[in-house]
Design a protein around this ligand. Structure first.
Ligand code: 4AD
Ligand code: MG
Length: 463
């Protein structure tokens, strides 16, 4: 279970490395954990809520580590200080000095204020626009009003919690790959050709020519595969997705990996491995935050501990057809179908062996039956659907030319890619994991927009 080992917000290491230049010494999370009982602290944070009378003023102060109530009495702090606190509106920044006292009330601790200053006030003509009632109407940050005020919405408890979960997910993905001797590798974001089909390419003017924003790191990662053999990245990918769904962004964070000499099975082992590692890291480090998001921890434990079953595409089509879903063999599965398929899954499932016609040219045809490709999608349960797409790559020159030509794709932008096969091609494979989708699912959120600070979709590039 959760151990607050990383919750001493000022560690000795930090104190040693930053020492006297540290702008802030006391953290509310440490105060409410009981580290400063009966001692004087200087709290630096923002006014979350306030109420009181002529004589006594109660201010709940927030910082990045928690909330605590501060009690200011007019006859203790003096006239001027009391009035300035009383006029400090929600989200004013404050510096408060006082002594910590354990109480039976909310947060378990209170600070008896001795002095205070308002650092950055809020103008009464423009009070903080995000009120409790706006939040209640919001359904997890979904209303246009909250999206318009996203830069301020980031400070709310729900979003702050999500951002911490997200940071832990990023850290866990890095540690999974680094612990297994993968090299982190960066590919360009301006590219000359599609990876995942032309229909979702973002075109950008490029000095009188056309370039595109990359849909995936993969093709340029394959170029480094003979150099590094095991490589990964986490970077944004771009897709001009016109439809706004609960799982599509136009700019999303993509964790991708590539391994030389690897089969589809070996790549799937890593896909399962990294997702289980992220789930168990969240349980260790973020269980309180997951509960705040309303996530049942036993579900996350199941995703961390279970093996993920594997099923061929054909079997998934049969299941869908038996449920009365209209689906034809040869189609890639869109969200409406994955949602039905995964709604009664209890753990993620791999779908393998999609029809060749459903997947881009780089997927390797199955030598046992070239109607299919050696690929996989990992589908998250509970109706969430695809979080990983990957597989073995077409790796001989002859086969890649055949696949490019059968797609009707011009060869020119892919000459570098074909060269990888011309000079010592080897079997290899990899996958891409949608990190925002992973955060959405593991935290139990409704919509992918909840899982990224500034979501981008076909209607929105602001704020
Ligand atoms: O299945 P996709 O399109 O696969 C690729 O891009 C491969 N080139 C990856 C590789 O083998 N290196 O995308 C991979 C994952 C999807 O499973 C999904 O989780 C995520 O990227 N993804 C998106 N996430 C949010 N918004 C979008 N519009 C997404 N498109 C894909
Ligand atoms: Mg896919």
């Amino acid at each position: 279970m959760y151990m607050p080992s990383n919750r001493g917000f000022i560690t000795d290491g930090l104190r040693r490395s930053i020492g006297d230049t540290m702008g802030k010494e006391y953290w509310i999370g440490d105060v409410t954990a009981g580290s400063h009982d009966a001692k004087e602290v200087v709290l630096k944070g923002w006014v979350h809520r306030a109420r009181g009378s002529n004589k006594i003023w109660f201010i709940v102060v927030r910082d990045s580590t928690g909330h605590v109530q501060c009690v200011a009495k007019r006859d203790v702090v003096g006239e001027e200080c009391f009035e300035s606190l009383r006029n400090a509106l929600i989200e004013s920044s404050v510096e408060i000095t006082g002594v910590v006292e354990p109480t039976d009330r909310e947060h378990g601790h209170e600070v008896q204020v001795s002095s205070a200053t308002v650092v950055g006030p809020v103008n009464p003509d423009r009070p903080f626009p995000i009120t409790e009632s706006a939040m209640e109407d919001s359904d997890g940050g979904e209303t246009e009003f909250l999206l318009d005020n996203r830069h301020l919405y980031l400070r709310t408890s729900r979003m702050t919690t999500m951002l911490k979960i997200r940071s832990t997910v990023f850290g866990a993905i890095h540690s999974y790959f680094r612990d297994r001797d993968f090299t982190e590798y960066q590919a360009p974001n301006f590219v000359a050709g599609a990876v995942e089909g032309g229909s979702t390419l973002f075109e950008v003017p490029y000095f009188g020519k056309k370039a595109y924003l990359t849909q995936s790191w993969q093709l340029y990662a394959e170029a480094a595969m003979p150099a590094l053999e095991r490589l990964y990245t986490m970077a944004p990918s771009f897709r001009a997705e016109k439809s706004r769904t609960r799982r599509h962004l136009t700019e999303f964070w993509h964790a991708e990996m590539e391994v030389a000499w690897a089969s589809n099975d070996e790549v799937m082992e890593h896909g399962e491995g990294v997702v289980r590692h992220v789930a168990s890291t969240l349980l260790e480090e973020m269980s309180e935050e997951l509960e705040e998001m309303g996530r049942d921890l036993s579900m996350v434990a199941r995703f961390a501990e279970s093996e993920y079953p594997r099923m061929r595409y054909d079997e998934a089509i049969e299941i869908l057809q038996s449920k009365g879903v209209e689906v034809e063999w040869g189609q890639d599965l869109d969200y409406s179908k994955e949602k039905i398929l995964t709604s009664d899954f209890e753990v993620p499932h791999f779908l393998t062996h999609y029809p060749r016609v459903a997947k881009p040219f780089y997927h390797r045809p199955d030598p046992e039956d070239p109607k299919y490709v050696l690929c996989h999608d990992l589908l998250a349960p509970e109706g969430y659907g695809e979080i990983i797409g990957g597989g073995e790559r077409t790796w001989s020159e002859e086969e890649i030319l055949e696949r490019i030509d059968e797609e009707g794709t011009p060869r020119d932008p892919y000459e570098f890619y074909i060269d990888i096969r011309r000079y010592g091609g080897v079997p290899h494979g990899g996958f891409g994991l949608g990190v925002d989708r992973l955060c959405t699912w593991l935290s139990g959120a409704e919509h992918i927009r909840e899982a990224i600070p500034f979501p981008r979709d076909s209607r929105r590039v602001t704020p």
